[in-house]
Design a protein around this ligand. Structure first.
Ligand code: WTA
Length: 566
């Protein structure tokens, strides 16, 4: 390709899988023609299209303008007042109060179910707990927890009072917590004593203690009891979740927030330097999260929906919490590892809970392939109707295995391309409409305008590799980098004139299908998670015997993308 020979594409794939007639007939979007019509209608008036999608949410007061766009700064639904927790909970109570919102399974095997009414009560109480600790609208709260319902409760409580949350993945170190908490000046940290992973207890609270010894803004720590392990509590600063909740009122009216009020900050790896605090705001983000969840998974009222991501990543924010709950879905959450107590844990969960939609990562699929098909074959997976992937390119062999062994050659596969920065899914098949080809994320969603360009901004030709860019603003786009607008402009808006570019190379084939080839910068994608070389280097040099370190990425058979020709 022009200017970058390293992202030459080598993939050729001819197998095409149209949706079954049965599936298409019952889907929201029933044919490729219908998708194309919807796409061009949206493209002809993007603000009108997105305004229509925003109407699916409940607003306390309507917006005055759909979009104010001064590149690279967007304001969506300006003047509108909204609350994300209200949209995920309160508005469902009249008709779906008793519907199960969360089915949670702990790694040791216990199962909890929370109805929308119960979840609403818990969230309202925890919002009052936060208020009682002096958290006000605009204050930042860090969350560092295992995958328990209380993690969802904590972030929805933050959203209820307008305190932006920053979730830090439970596998991160004390240093990562310290840097993130200090970067956004968090006033409180919500954590747990520990969690379970592969049968072992992972202690979390001691890691928080170590981190916030160097975090001057943190005034309180709330600890949820998950494992019951002994931990140290610092008088005046530390509180037990259950003790505060037992005294909290369940009455907490949601704040009426501006559409552009910050909903959360999520840190992601950069090519160089410290992690970037990606800022997402309320109205536009929730609009697109709700829209994409419904359309991409063809989500129906009776579905049992399972996205296997941890809420520590953006996938968990958009597709475990905000998107599905805004649609009043039943969401399954599983705390632990896929190979505990045995390699069939996922398939066992799907059979027992009759999961209908499964959304996971190519790296997980490659592990399943390695472990052998006897594990899924032990279970009845016929409840599944849509299966999806996210996080990295899926190699065609893995796609075919997923299609045959998990999808029973019956379930459409949605290979979804997006990023922490885009907030929600941008390119993906629609399961009832788009014929799929193994390895391609196919077409952009209606409302999304993408292109492949050379360095000078010229559109690339068919099958010519180039940079994947977004050409028009979209509601769930990041608004800036927390505290560093210059870096925001430089990182995303200066590489290709007039376009958003966040690092992926891709090509477009003769059908107009997109094939994402991966990063063109030196961010390393490990198991679907982005790590900066700088972060790996800093972890290495933190060891006493290491003076200097330089890190470069290298593909591996098991954890990286495998070329079909290798
Ligand atoms: C990669 C995860 C190919 C890509 C939601 C992107 C993908 C980065 C796909 C974002 C896909 C994600 N096909 N590559 N379907 N989905 N990627 O911010 O390189 O953790 O830039 O967001 O993952 O990773 P992030």
């Amino acid at each position: 390709m022009a200017d970058n020979p390293t992202i030459e594409s080598v993939l050729t794939e001819e197998r095409v899988f149209p949706p079954s007639k049965d599936f298409a007939e019952n889907a929201y979007v029933k044919s490729f023609e219908e998708y194309e019509r919807m796409y061009s209608e949206a493209a002809s008036d993007l603000p009108a299209f997105w305004a229509k999608q925003a109407e699916a949410l409940d607003w306390f007061s309507p917006w005055e303008s759909v979009l104010e766009w001064e590149r690279p700064h967007a304001k969506w639904f300006s003047g509108g007042k909204i609350n994300a927790s209200y949209n995920c909970l309160d508005r469902h109570l009249a008709t779906k109060g008793d519907k199960t919102a969360i089915i949670w399974e702990g790694e040791p095997g216990e199962v909890r179910r929370l109805s929308y009414r119960e979840l609403h009560t818990e969230v309202s109480k925890f919002a009052n707990v936060l208020k009682g600790l002096g958290i006000r609208t605009g204050d930042r709260v860090a969350v560092y927890m295992p995958l328990v319902p209380e993690l969802a409760i904590a972030i929805l409580a933050c959203a209820r009072i307008g305190a932006p949350h920053t979730v830090i993945f439970g596998g991160f170190s004390a240093d990562s917590i310290r840097d993130r908490v200090n970067d956004c000046g968090c006033k409180a940290v919500v954590t747990a004593d520990g969690g379970y992973r592969r049968g072992r207890e992972i202690r979390l609270k001691p890691i928080v203690d170590e981190a916030i010894a160097e975090c001057p803004t943190v005034e309180s720590v709330v600890t949820f009891r998950r494992t019951g392990t002994e931990i140290e509590m610092k008088q005046g600063r530390d509180h037990w979740w259950d003790e505060l909740m037992s005294k909290a009122s369940a009455d907490c009216p949601p704040e009426h927030l501006d559409a552009e009020h910050p909903l959360y900050i999520l840190y992601t790896s950069g090519t160089t330097g410290k992690p970037k605090g990606i800022l997402h705001t309320t109205g536009g983000y929730l609009t697109q999260a709700a829209y994409s969840t419904k359309l991409v998974f063809d989500l129906k009222d009776e579905d049992i929906y399972w996205c296997t991501a941890d809420i520590g990543w953006v996938t968990g924010h958009s597709y475990v919490v905000y998107g599905p709950l805004a649609n009043a879905a039943t969401v399954l959450m599983y705390e632990g590892a896929p190979n505990h107590p045995d390699f069939d844990r996922f398939w066992d969960i799907i059979e027992r809970h009759k999961v209908t939609i499964l959304y996971t990562a190519p790296t997980a699929i490659r592990s399943f392939i390695r472990w052998g098909r006897e594990y899924p074959d032990r279970h009845d997976l016929t409840s599944l109707r849509v299966i999806g992937t996210v996080g990295e390119p899926i190699n065609p062999e893995a796609w075919m295995w997923y299609h045959r062994v998990i999808g029973g050659e019956r379930c459409p596969i949605v290979d979804t391309w997006w990023q922490t920065e885009t907030g929600t899914i941008m390119i993906s098949p629609l399961p009832g409409a788009t014929p799929t080809i193994p390895g391609s994320a196919t077409r952009p969603l209606p409302g999304i305008v993408v292109d492949i360009v050379a360095k000078d901004g010229r559109s690339a030709g068919t099958d010519e590799g180039g940079y994947l860019v977004v050409k028009e603003p979209w509601p769930s786009m990041l608004r800036t980098l927390w505290g560093d607008d210059e870096r925001y402009k430089l990182t995303y808006w200066s590489e290709i004139d007039g376009c958003y570019f966040a690092g992926d190379g891709a090509r477009r084939d003769g059908r107009g299908y997109y094939w994402v080839m991966g990063r063109v910068d030196d961010v390393i994608n490990v198991s679907g998670h982005r790590l900066g070389t700088a972060e790996v280097e800093s972890a290495l040099v933190s060891h006493d015997s290491v003076a200097e370190a330089a890190v470069v990425g290298r593909p591996t058979r098991s954890r990286g993308r495998r070329s079909p020709h290798s």
